[in-house]
Design a binder for this molecule. Structure first.
Ligand code: UD1
Length: 363
């Protein structure tokens, strides 16, 4: 079979790393990078480090308003689909690249495989929620990471072509985290690129990321988050997403932050190391909520709701309001309370299951 796969944003590179390797053993894959993420440390480093095949096509779309970015991607993807005439289009997750691929393929009657289908936050103001719902509605194969995702689709009367295959991100964490502790801490610290100052190794740390539109659309919200980090009882290693960087720089002109280590976005293996050994993680990223769960690091998520509801069980992950008091309270006072961790996200074989499903579905 011929499959055109669309990637564009950082988490999709991680997912493609797990799936492409397996798909290519039996099928032909044309990999299209929309160019949504384009900085070296947001894109190239993942392809190199995770040995993801070089994209066959890079659309170079880059930044823009939602409509402009999505529309430019659709035009480029349509050209590829018309030329390649694939059996399937495969998209991951919930980004603008996902939606652009799905709409372009749907109009050409090319069946769509949506990996990570069925996730819902029930907050329609999030661009990711809009992208997921629209993509699920026009997909042929809806490959869910969890039973909750399957149930979410059932509530919307979507049952045909729905399968729980496990989470492809879990495949990646289990596969790559095995090799982390072969190297000492200094090795990982030597990779960190400080944005404002050089980075000195520390004994213990919190790991934080913040990039969701809902947390980065005002300077006051980013200020609250940084003020919370200042009050924690260990330094906070904070890889700053490009979306957040401008506001962080403005705030640093007004305040001195002495407990935050501001660093450039890091590669996947370094990130897994700093997450695995952190006291806790503070984040608004979907991927990190699962990675912390799998790597046994407690997590505080700065959002009103989460799609990854399984992580909330036993307080492994806890939601915090975007204000300093609540974040500090949740980080300092939450205790994990469960007997046994369940493998909600699968056992690291999601990519294999996807491949097997493609065989049976195409018969
Ligand atoms: C996107 C996804 C989000 C995903 C996230 C992972 C959408 C709607 N959102 O958000 O679901 O969790 O990726 O990181 O698709 N920028 C750079 N360099 C880059 C990439 C982005 O400077 O390499 C800047 C852009 O100029 C833009 C901002 O970062 O101003 C945001 O980029 P955008 O593509 O809108 O989405 P993300 O916030 O990264």
């Amino acid at each position: 079979m011929k499959i055109v796969t669309i990637v564009g944003a950082r988490p999709q590179f991680v997912k493609a790393a797990a799936v492409s390797r397996v798909i290519r053993e039996k099928h032909e894959e044309i990999l299209v990078h929309t160019g949504q993420h384009y900085d070296n440390n947001m894109s190239d480093v993942f392809f190199k480090e995770l040995h993801i095949p070089k994209p066959d096509v890079n659309l170079g779309v880059g930044s823009g308003t939602h409509a402009r970015q999505t529309a430019e991607m659709m035009i480029g993807i349509e050209d590829v689909l018309l030329k390649e005439q694939p059996d399937y289009l495969m998209v991951y997750g919930d980004t603008n690249s996902t939606l652009a691929g799905a709409i372009a393929a749907s109009k050409l009657h090319i069946p769509i495989i949506h990996v990570e289908a069925g996730l819902r936050s029930y907050n329609m103001r999030m661009p990711e929620e809009q992208n997921r719902i629209l993509t699920d509605r026009i997909s042929t194969l809806l490959l869910c990471p969890t039973n909750v995702a399957v149930d979410n689709l059932k509530k919307e009367a979507i049952v045909d072509g729905v399968y729980n295959v496990g989470d492809v991100m879990c495949d990646a964490v289990l596969y790559y985290s095995k090799m982390l502790d072969e190297k000492p801490a200094d090795y990982y610290f030597s990779h960190l690129q400080g944005i404002y100052e050089d980075v000195e190794p520390v004994e213990s740390w919190y790991l934080a990321t913040v990039h969701r539109a809902e947390n980065t659309d005002s300077i006051n919200k980013v200020s609250e988050v940084l003020s919370a980090f200042e009050q924690l009882d260990a330094p906070v290693i904070f890889p700053v997403h490009p979306r957040t960087k401008g506001l962080v720089s403005q705030l640093r002109e007004q305040h001195q932050y002495s407990n935050i280590i501001f660093v450039e976005p890091m590669g996947y293996l370094d990130m897994l190391y700093f997450v695995k050994h952190a006291k806790k993680a503070v984040t608004d990223s979907g991927g990190l909520q699962k990675e912390t769960y799998i790597l046994d690091t407690p997590c505080v998520t700065v959002r009103d709701q989460t799609e990854w509801v399984e992580t909330l069980i036993g307080n492994h992950n806890i939601l915090a309001k975007p204000n300093a008091e609540d974040i500090v309270n949740k980080v300092m006072n939450t205790v994990i309370d469960y007997d046994k961790k369940e493998a909600y996200y699968g056992t690291g074989h999601a990519a294999k299951k996807i491949c097997e499903l493609l065989e049976t579905e195409s018969k």
